[in-house]
Design a protein. Structure first.
Length: 204
């Protein structure tokens, strides 16, 4: 009988600890604000990709109040980092996920919408695809811009990161409706909140 009681207590303790650890799961995410410094990224009229992605990145970081969500960013100001420097930073931290933020541009100004990329050449291709799909679904629910879906691409950040990684092209600054949304503080805040809520959801 005593042995049974000991086993029961051990099982209870294990279940309790498992529940606590699940509730207290820490998530580490790297947010990469694309381009920076002399690398302007996409440009249209007076709109710069590097500036938009920096603003959204800052909002994600400042809006995070969850102590179990650790947001690491590749650049804290308008400085230039090589792609190698970025992936070295990422692979040293070994986060749960990398989200690299960008904006698009096209000669055809009617082209618009959000695109989410992963690489099938990545060592974490299946995880990256799953996360890209879930994030894309969140954009569809919360962001009024056209969603162009999930796509595959062998971009450096996606293939050279040792952890799941996605790239988000938040819209086309060459398209008026996308540009207006991306340069508007409310639009930037909604994108940042959607990404942050998606990250918080990784805890569950």
């Amino acid at each position: 009988m005593k042995n049974l009681m000991k086993v029961a207590l051990l099982v209870f303790a294990f279940v309790t600890l498992s529940f606590i650890s699940a509730e207290k799961k820490e998530i580490n995410v790297v947010i990469d604000a694309g381009h920076g410094g002399h690398d302007l990224g996409a440009t249209h009229e007076d709109v710069l990709e590097k500036s938009i992605v920096a603003e959204v990145t800052k909002k994600i970081q400042s809006m995070n109040t969850d102590a179990d969500i650790k947001i690491h960013i590749t650049r804290t100001d308008d400085n230039y980092l090589t792609l190698q420097e970025k992936t070295d930073f990422i692979n040293k931290i070994k986060p749960d996920l990398v989200i690299s933020l960008h904006t698009n541009s096209n000669k055809n100004t009617t082209t618009k919408g959000i695109e989410t990329f992963y690489s099938e050449k990545s060592t974490t291709a299946l995880q990256s695809q799953e996360l890209a799909t879930k994030l894309s679904e969140e954009f569809t629910k919360n962001i009024p811009l056209k969603n162009r879906g999930v796509k595959k691409a062998p971009f450096w950040i996606l293939t050279k990161s040792d952890v799941p990684a996605v790239i988000v092209e938040m819209g086309f600054i060459s398209n008026k409706s996308d540009k207006d949304y991306l340069t508007n503080e409310d639009g930037q805040t909604k994108i940042a909140k959607t990404i942050l809520d998606f990250i918080i959801g990784l805890k569950h």
